[in-house]
Write a protein that binds this ligand. Structure first.
Ligand code: FES
Ligand SMILES: [Fe+2]
Length: 420
C-alpha cells in the first residue's frame, strides 16, 4: 500500500513541526544516560549473545543466492553455523549446519548445490528438508532412529526475496515482528528486487557503535559535511518509533536536489515504479531491530547489517537490492570496485569506530546522554532489554523504560501538538 494522501500530509506537517519546535515535544520523556557498560562490559555482551541474537529475526540471505531446488549456502554471521537450503518444493529452509553424528558441518562451501547434504566426515546424508536418509555401515549402529536424527531446524521466513532466520522456535512470525512496517514496505516490491551486491567488512569496534552512526542524523553535519549534509534537511527529520524496537527516519531532500544527486548510481538504472512521493523526495531509512538499517528509494534498497565479532569488533555487511538491471548497470551503492573498499560516506561513518571503541574502554566513559533527536537509539535499547529480559540484566546495566506506548506508532503525541 503506498502512503495515502492523508498520511503524506501528516508526515509533511510533522517535518515542519520538527523544524519549528524550540524544545523536545511536550511530554517527551527525559532520557536517562545509557550505561557505559552496555558497550564494554562482557556481562552485557554475553546477554546479547544469549538472548538478543537468539530471539530476533535476522537477515541471512537473498533468495537469488539459492536459485534452484538443491541450492544451499552456509551462514554464520550470528555466531552459530547455519545452512540454508532450497528444497524440492522450492521452499527455503534453515538448519544448524551440524551433523547429527559427531557434529561436523554438513555443508562446507559458502554456496553449492546437490540433491542431498552429505556430511564429509563419515558420509551421513540428509534430504533437502533435513531428514536423515542414509548412514554408512548402518548395521553397526544399535537402534538408530533416523526419524529423530534429522538436521536441527532453525526458523526461516521470507519477506519478499529477503530470507530471515530466527533461532527461537517460539518467536512471533516475521510478519508479526515487522508489524506495520510490512505494509509500509509493500510499495518497494521486495519480491521483485534482485540482489545486486553483498559484501562484508571487518571493523574494530563494538557492533552498536557502528550501527548507531546509522540511527540518527545528529552526526551528519560533523561527519558528513560535504557528502550527506547538503542533501539532507536535518532539522525537518521525523523519527517514528515502532513496537519491538524498530524505528524510521524521514528527512526531506532540500529543494532543488534530486535523489540521484546524492546516490552514486547510474541515472539509466530502472526504478520501482510503485514507490511513492515520500521515498522519492526524502531520505527514508528504517531500523529493524536488532541489526538491520534499511534505507529505501525508488532506485535501490541498500540494507546495512551489523554483526558482533567479539565485544570490541564487528562486521558490517553492505547490500544493494534493485529492480532487474541491464548489462553493465549493476548497482552497488556502498562500495568501490565491487567490494574492495567502502564508499566515501561509509568511510566517514566508520573511520572513528576504532578510536571511539578505545575511548569508550577508558574510565573517562561513564554513560551516554541522548538528545530527543537520538531517541531511536534509546528506543532500541529499551527493546534490547525487553528481549533480553529486564530481570536478567544487572540493574546498573539496564535502561529505564521511559518511552511509553503513547510514543509507539500509530500513537504519536506530536500529532495533537501540530497546530498549537
Ligand atoms: S560427523 Fe557427520 S557423518 Fe560423522
Ligand atoms: Fe552517517
Amino acid at each position: 500500500m503506498p502512503m495515502t494522501a492523508e498520511e503524506i500530509r501528516t508526515l509533511r506537517a510533522l517535518m515542519e513541526y520538527e523544524a519549528a519546535r524550540t524544545a523536545p515535544p511536550r511530554g517527551f520523556p527525559a532520557l536517562p544516560d545509557i550505561p557505559a557498560g552496555r558497550y564494554t562490559d562482557p556481562r552485557f555482551f554475553q546477554l546479547e549473545m544469549a538472548h538478543l541474537w537468539r530471539k530476533s529475526w535476522l537477515l541471512a540471505a537473498h533468495s537469488d543466492e539459492l536459485p534452484a531446488p538443491g541450492s544451499y549456502m552456509t551462514w554464520d554471521l550470528a555466531g552459530e553455523p547455519v545452512v540454508l537450503v532450497r528444497g524440492e518444493d522450492a521452499v527455503v529452509r534453515a538448519f544448524f549446519n551440524t551433523c547429527r553424528h559427531r557434529g561436523a558441518p554438513v555443508a562446507m562451501a559458502a554456496h553449492g548445490s546437490g540433491r542431498r547434504l552429505t556430511c564429509p566426515y563419515h558420509g551421513w546424508s540428509y534430504a533437502l528438508d533435513g531428514r536423515l536418509l542414509g548412514v554408512r555401515d548402518a548395521q553397526d549402529f544399535t537402534d538408530l532412529d533416523y526419524s529423530t536424527r534429522g538436521l536441527v531446524p532453525v526458523r526461516c521466513e521470507a519477506f519478499g526475496n529477503l530470507l530471515f532466520v530466527n533461532f527461537d522456535q517460539h518467536a512471533p512470525s516475521l510478519l508479526e515482528w515487522l508489524g506495520p512496517i510490512a505494509a509500509e514496505w509493500e510499495e518497494f516490491q521486495f519480491d521483485q528486487c534482485r540482489l545486486a551486491a553483498r559484501h562484508v567488512f571487518d571493523l574494530e569496534c563494538n557492533w552498536k557503535i557502528a550501527m548507531e552512526a546509522n540511527t540518527e542524523v545528529y552526526h551528519v553535519r560533523s561527519i558528513h559535511p560535504t557528502t550527506v549534509a547538503p542533501a539532507l534537511d536535518d532539522p525537518r527529520n521525523v523519527n517514528t518509533l515502532y513496537a519491538n524496537g524498530h524505528g524510521r527516519m524521514v528527512a526531506p531532500t532540500p529543494a532543488g536536489m534530486a535523489t540521484l544527486d546524492i546516490m552514486p548510481v547510474d541515472p539509466r538504472i530502472a526504478q520501482v515504479d510503485t514507490v511513492g512521493e515520500i521515498a522519492r523526495s526524502c531520505t527514508q531509512s528504517y531500523g529493524i531491530f536488532p541489526n538491520l538499517v534499511a534505507p529505501l528509494s525508488q532506485y535501490v534498497i541498500p540494507p546495512l547489517v551489523f554483526w558482533p565479532n567479539g565485544i570490541n569488533r564487528c562486521r558490517l555487511e553492505t547490500w544493494t537490492l534493485a529492480p532487474p538491471w541491464q548489462e553493465g548497470l549493476r548497482p552497488d551503492l556502498w562500495t568501490e570496485n565491487d567490494g574492495q573498499k567502502l564508499c566515501a560516506v561509509l568511510l566517514e561513518d566508520t573511520e572513528f569506530g576504532a578510536r571511539i571503541q578505545k575511548s569508550m574502554e577508558s574510565r573517562g566513559f561513564t554513560g551516554v546522554p541522548l538528545s530527543y533527536q537520538e531517541s531511536r537509539i534509546y528506543h532500541w535499547n529499551q527493546g534490547a532489554d525487553r528481549i533480553i529480559g529486564i530481570d536478567n540484566i544487572p540493574p546498573e546495566l539496564r535502561v529505564a523504560q521511559v518511552i511509553g506506548e503513547e510514543w509507539m506508532y500509530p500513537n504519536d503525541p506530536r500529532l495533537e501538538q501540530l497546530h498549537d
